[in-house]
Design a protein around this ligand. Structure first.
Ligand SMILES: [Ca+2]
Ligand SMILES: [Ca+2]
Length: 291
């Protein structure tokens, strides 16, 4: 390959690396108790993992030990997280001994306004309760660890849970949450792209409020959820497929489309330049052969 050809190849490779780095969000290797949700098709919130349709297969996964106190070995929970459009989906699964299960099991996600797990930063609580195999979802406003249940009109998100006996005789608890990134109720926590939020996972039975203070929590632990912007490819393929541009997101869509047009022109110009060089090179060889 000629020197000119090598230079072109290097420029081409560097251009590709640059473009690829712009197309995908920067991901930091997940540390313990951190999760960067995957992007993919949303699960159906029914409290069951329907694996035959590949539900949750796009999600990122993390194991979080929930504890009664810091020295407790903890109960391992499998946490999966996924983003689709303007929603965050969280799956929590764990097994309990049949004799340790109570009538009114619950699992809650307490969302903090920052990445700190300080309980004073909690603002939003989403709780799924399972009572006699019937599940229910409640939304709470939290201020200084004082809980207020939201009215049905103020609830943002949905959740569902089930319990079933596994082959080994354990009780498998499954909880699925759908949490909007931009809640309609201002009191619920807004989750912005590029920010990290501490989610406290709490588990127990008989969730009640005693003058605003929750009772019934047995184990808890926190995980940092990193909310990232979908890649441009994902945005174009799925977002616009399911959510055509509106006046609200019009400017963002226009910017992305413009970027694609510019990248397209750069690629076209590059390839036409390469073909031009190859063509003139072949022409020169033919001339040399004639001589
Ligand atoms: Ca499901
Ligand atoms: Ca709330």
């Amino acid at each position: 390959m000629s020197e000119k050809g090598s230079k072109i190849l290097i420029i081409f490779l560097l251009t590709n690396i640059f473009l690829i780095s712009m197309l995908f969000p920067t991901t930091v290797k997940a540390q313990e108790k951190e999760i960067a949700p995957g992007f993919g098709f949303p699960p159906f919130i029914n409290g069951k993992v329907d694996s035959y349709i590949g539900e949750w297969s796009w999600a990122s996964s993390q194991t979080v030990p929930i504890k009664t106190n810091p020295s407790d070995k903890g109960l391992n929970i499998t946490v999966k997280a996924l983003q689709f459009l303007d929603n965050l989906y969280i799956l929590c699964q764990y097994e309990l001994e049949p004799n340790s299960i109570e009538k009114n099991e619950f699992l809650g996600l307490l969302i903090s306004e920052t990445d700190s797990d300080d309980i004073n930063n909690l603002t939003d609580g989403k709780i799924i309760k399972i009572s006699n195999s019937q599940d229910s979802f409640s939304d709470y406003y939290i201020d200084d660890f004082n809980f207020t249940e939201e009215s049905p009109q103020e609830v943002d998100g949905i959740g569902a849970g089930t319990n079933k006996t596994s082959k080994e005789g354990y009780i498998l608890m499954t909880y699925e949450f759908k949490i909007p990134l931009n809640p309609k109720n201002q009191k619920n926590q807004k989750l912005e792209y590029g920010n990290n939020y501490s989610f406290t996972i709490c588990q127990g039975n008989n969730f009640t409020l005693m003058e605003g203070v929750p009772e019934g929590i047995i184990r808890n632990n926190s995980i940092i959820v990193k909310i990232e912007k979908p890649s441009i490819i994902f945005y174009i393929l799925l977002y616009n497929l399911f959510n055509p541009p509106t006046e609200i997101n019009y400017n963002e869509v226009v910017t992305i489309v413009l970027k694609i047009i510019i990248f397209g022109i750069v690629y076209l110009a590059f390839f036409s330049y390469v073909f031009k060089i190859i063509f003139s090179f072949r022409k020169q060889i033919r001339r040399i052969k004639k001589i």
